[in-house]
Unconditional design. Structure first.
Length: 157
């Protein structure tokens, strides 16, 4: 029998190590799709929510409106949202964000981020990383709106 994946996930191979709850990480800086840089220092002392997505992913299309609401609701709180597109071309991700009016911080997945977060298990994939760099939560597959909204409770943890 095969391993069951979460409903609402686009599955990927799982040969490399994937980041898990309890692991500790140091997040690198990220060049955002708007050309600005989110420095590694932006993550210090803050809870960080990282979401992997793609413009072609139907489950991401369902989850991203909730991520946008969370981003708006947590501005000014000790929480940093950062999203990573795995689209082949940055312009695909830029067009997607513009079409949907998303303003959450978004960049392309890089080798540095891949080295820290490890192998993805599906899309969307979301991590909550505490102020001390410890992974507090990992979700593979689409989350319900109320569950995304509840991620605000991790602020400052």
């Amino acid at each position: 029998m095969g391993t069951a994946l979460a409903v609402g996930a686009v599955a990927f191979g799982t040969s490399a190590h994937a980041l898990e709850v309890g692991d500790t990480v140091t997040l690198p800086s990220l060049t955002l799709l708007d050309g600005k840089t989110l420095p590694a220092s932006a993550f210090k002392g803050r809870t960080v929510i990282v979401e992997y997505w793609a413009s072609w992913c139907p489950f991401c299309a369902q989850q991203n409106p909730h991520v946008q609401k969370l981003y708006e609701a947590t501005r000014g709180k000790p929480i940093q949202i950062v999203t990573l597109s795995i689209d082949k071309k940055p312009q695909e991700a830029i067009d997607y964000l513009k079409t949907h009016g998303y303003t959450f911080p978004a960049g392309m997945e890089t080798d540095a981020w891949r080295a820290v977060l490890g192998k993805r298990r599906g899309l969307p994939e979301l991590y909550v990383i505490g102020r001390n760099g410890k992974v507090l939560r990992k979700e593979v597959g689409e989350m319900f709106g109320e569950d995304v909204a509840a991620l605000a409770d991790y602020a400052g943890k």
